[in-house]
Design a protein around this ligand. Structure first.
Ligand code: HEC
Length: 112
């Protein structure tokens, strides 16, 4: 396949994934989590900065067990029965809020 077409398809797929993730977020998670601000639960940027895909997916599927493993004394988050696509999409959405540290810019600034 043409490289350009392949690249465009990858971009479209990841955009669709992010869009679905946003929908899952608005349907199930929004009441307790916000993207960057702490609500009842931690913000997605906090979660993304310290958790792996596996930890996030496990927490959504089985919070009663996983919250203890993640260091919470009590579990206030309910379990969600999501399809594997929804689970993949919401996890990608959460991880898209990972804070970006631009080391190159910081190094350039120091050099000036
Ligand atoms: C009723 C409120 C509520 C809803 C709805 C909710 N959460 Fe949570 N969530 C919490 C709370 C509170 C915690 C902190 C741990 C606990 O109490 O179980 C948490 C923790 C988490 C964590 C782990 C945080 C960490 O330390 O890494 C993830 C991941 C997470 N939530 C994802 C989701 C996703 C995705 C949804 C939607 C599908 C969702 N939550 C819906 C309340 C909620």
């Amino acid at each position: 396949m043409n490289k350009k077409i392949a690249l465009i398809m990858v971009i479209i797929t990841s955009m669709a994934l992010a869009q679905n993730g946003k929908q899952v977020f608005e349907t199930y998670c929004w009441g307790c989590h916000h993207q960057t601000a702490v609500a009842f639960g931690p913000s997605f940027s906090q979660i993304a900065s310290k958790r792996s895909i596996e930890e996030i997916e496990a927490m959504i599927t089985d919070p009663a067990t996983i919250s203890t493993i993640l260091g919470y004394k009590r579990n206030a988050m309910p379990a969600f029965q999501l399809t594997s696509q929804e689970l993949e999409a919401i996890t990608a959405y959460i991880l898209s809020f990972k804070p970006k540290i631009d080391t190159k810019q910081t190094i350039e600034k120091k050099a000036q």
